[in-house]
Design a protein around this ligand. Structure first.
Ligand code: PRP
Ligand code: URA
Length: 211
């Protein structure tokens, strides 16, 4: 499978992105529609987890050859904005383990700073869904990958899920962690001089949390 997956730009997805990118969208609408896109992303990410064959019997008494997921999972939001993606993960993976990595980008220099992390003890044995809605320069997510690798998680067991990516961030990320899969909703054309994604949607964390 390819390392980079972009959600198919269906009429539905286009309409959802149009709402969340609109500067006139009210906060409750932003929450509702961004969470719909996040749900699509999480569902797509699950397609990239390993499965094995499973044969069951249907109520008609007939055998059916299907599949089941194998292995253990963990979700790790990059706090703060990544926490917006936690709800959708919990809805599809009940009782999933959740780690946290708190990274903040300096508003002037756009350099990421690692402030805190707490991960399940056995994280090295789990597949990790790394969550952050925005991939701009790629600095924050690379720092998060560094933390995961330091805790024994191989690149091949990490899936990074985000809503909007900038090409610069994708290149930086793929050079830094070529074994990690990326699932993104859309690739925007560029960054501006303040390292914001253009056209983007502004500061996702501020919009989502209302700060
Ligand atoms: C945002 C976003 C990413 C990061 C992306 O977080 O959620 O973590 O910026 O930028 P980068 O690719 O250039 O590193 P921010 O640090 O603004 O904090 P927030 O989660 O509190 O909004
Ligand atoms: N973080 C955001 O929330 N938006 C951007 O455009 C870049 C970083």
């Amino acid at each position: 499978m390819e390392k980079l997956t972009v959600l198919p730009y269906t009429p539905q997805l286009e309409a959802l992105f149009t709402i969340i990118r609109n500067k006139d969208t009210k906060r409750n609408e932003f929450l509702f529609y961004s969470e719909r896109i996040i749900r699509l992303l999480i569902e797509e990410a699950l397609n990239h987890l390993p499965t094995q064959e499973k044969i069951i019997t249907t109520p008609t008494g007939t055998k059916f050859t299907g599949s089941e997921f194998v292995g253990k999972l963990c979700a790790v939001p990059i706090v703060r904005a990544g926490e917006s993606m936690e709800k959708a993960v919990r809805e599809v993976c009940r009782a999933i383990r959740i780690g946290k990595i708190l990274i903040q980008r300096d508003e002037e220099t756009a350099q990421p700073k690692l402030i805190y992390h707490k991960l399940p003890q056995d994280i090295s044995k789990r597949h990790v869904l790394l969550l952050d809605p925005m991939l701009a320069t790629g600095g924050s997510v690379c720092k998060a990958i560094e933390v995961l690798k330091h805790n024994g998680v191989p690149e091949e067991k990490i899936i990074f899920i985000n809503l909007i990516s900038a090409p610069e961030g994708i290149t930086t990320f793929q050079n830094y962690a070529p074994g990690v899969k990326i699932i993104t909703g859309f690739i925007d054309p560029k960054l501006n001089e303040k390292a914001y994604i253009i056209p983007g949607l502004g500061d996702f964390g501020d919009l989502y949390f209302g700060t």
